[in-house]
Design a protein around this ligand. Structure first.
Ligand SMILES: *Cc1c(COP(=O)(O)O)cnc(C)c1O
Length: 368
């Protein structure tokens, strides 16, 4: 069986370095905040080309706390993609605010800037583009519209560590970028983790207070904050893995380039990369009208594929009370019906990748 993503081999590739980092934290007796978290924040901010990185407990909290730090609250509207992981929407509703979905550009899967202005109302506060599947959203267009209307931009970078927009790494194009270090992400911890990067010193300061019970000085609480801290053990692990991120992203890019070459004419719609985008291929997503059959046939032939995501947020039971109609976002629905993520990762071997190609070619055209 070819795994969708191998989470064991990364450890063995970096075993000595990771074991040393873990032992360093365990033997320090320092388990909340401290040097490892501070150092990771410095290193990750520098990697992203941002002035500040603020570690938090996970990617959802990174989004939620960043919105809180931007003063998003009850009745405010936040523009989100109609096709994203539900965390993007949950961060908005956790603030008491309203997600206003905008459909994607069908070729890139990312939010369509041409549809943004029609979604803006006097209550809109933030535009929240997602760099879905590791490909940067069209930030210049988003930022232009945001500036024109006095809105802030929070980017969901959970799938795009190291990706570049027009040559520049993601991290500080908008007002802030929220990151997840969930184990399966391009920069993954060995548990949960997250961060926000920003060039806005005031926003960074608010985030540092918000993540720590609303407190700057112990037992003095200036706001009703949260307990959402990046674990020093995870920070130490992330410091090791950050040093290898570019190399691992390069392996993903190589695998993606080969998929793109080998799957021409295979009958599936291949990912489209605009010339200004330098994606990091968190996922390699193809489209196929008979997706479910292909998914099953591939599984039967020993190739694990996944669907990101099978139910768009507006059709989740979690939002049943919000009043969105099933057919309100046809592109989100179509993506949910057609997308299929092929095995991808820094430890996918050439041999495995070729097997995926052979298997996909054999199964996509097979009769039902
Ligand atoms: C993974 C992910 C998140 C949430 O990250 P967690 O660390 O799991 O909370 C948010 N947005 C997107 C697009 C993601 O892929």
């Amino acid at each position: 069986m070819i795994p969708f993503l191998d989470l064991k081999t990364p450890y063995f590739e970096l075993k000595q370095e990771l074991d040393d980092a873990i032992a360093r934290v365990v033997s320090s007796g320092w388990f909340i905040g401290g040097e490892e978290v501070d150092q990771f924040e410095v290193e990750y901010a520098s990697y992203c080309g941002a002035a500040h990185a603020i570690g938090v407990a996970n990617g959802l909290d990174a989004l939620h706390l960043a919105l809180r730090a931007m003063d998003v609250g009850a009745g405010d509207e936040v523009i989100v993609p109609s096709n994203t992981y539900i965390a993007t929407w949950l961060a908005v509703t956790q603030c008491g605010a309203i997600p206003v979905p905008v459909e994607p550009d069908e070729r890139t899967f990312n939010i369509n800037p041409a549809l943004l202005e029609a979604a803006i109302t006097p209550r809109t506060k933030v535009i929240l583009p997602v760099h879905l599947y590791g490909q940067p959203a069209d930030l210049d267009h988003v930022l232009l519209i945001a500036r024109k209307h006095g809105l802030r931009v929070l980017e969901d970078g959970a799938q795009a560590h190291g990706a570049r927009y027009k040559g520049e790494r993601l991290g500080a194009h908008g007002d802030a970028v929220a990151w997840s270090f969930y184990p399966g992400k391009n920069l993954g911890a060995m548990g949960d983790g997250g961060a926000v990067t920003t060039n806005d010193t005031q926003l960074a300061d608010r985030l540092r207070v918000l993540r720590n019970y609303g407190s700057r000085v112990k037992y003095v609480n200036e706001m009703q904050g949260y307990n959402s801290r990046l674990d020093p053990l995870q920070a130490a692990i992330l410091r090791v893995k950050l040093a290898h991120l570019d190399k691992w992203n390069e392996r993903r890019k190589l695998a993606a380039a080969q998929y793109l070459k080998d799957l021409i004419g295979s009958g599936v719609v291949l990912p489209y990369v605009p010339d200004w985008a330098d994606p990091v291929w968190h996922l390699f997503v193809v489209r196929c009208a008979k997706r479910d059959a292909l998914h099953q046939r591939l599984a039967a032939s020993g190739v694990s594929t996944l669907i990101h995501y099978p139910i768009p947020p507006h059709r989740q039971e979690a939002y049943a009370d919000a009043g969105w109609q099933v057919n309100e976002f046809p592109l989100a629905n179509q993506m949910a019906d057609e997308v299929l993520s092929l095995p991808m990762g820094p430890h996918l071997s050439e041999n495995q990748r070729q097997q995926v190609v052979v298997s996909l070619r054999a199964n996509v055209t097979a009769d039902d």
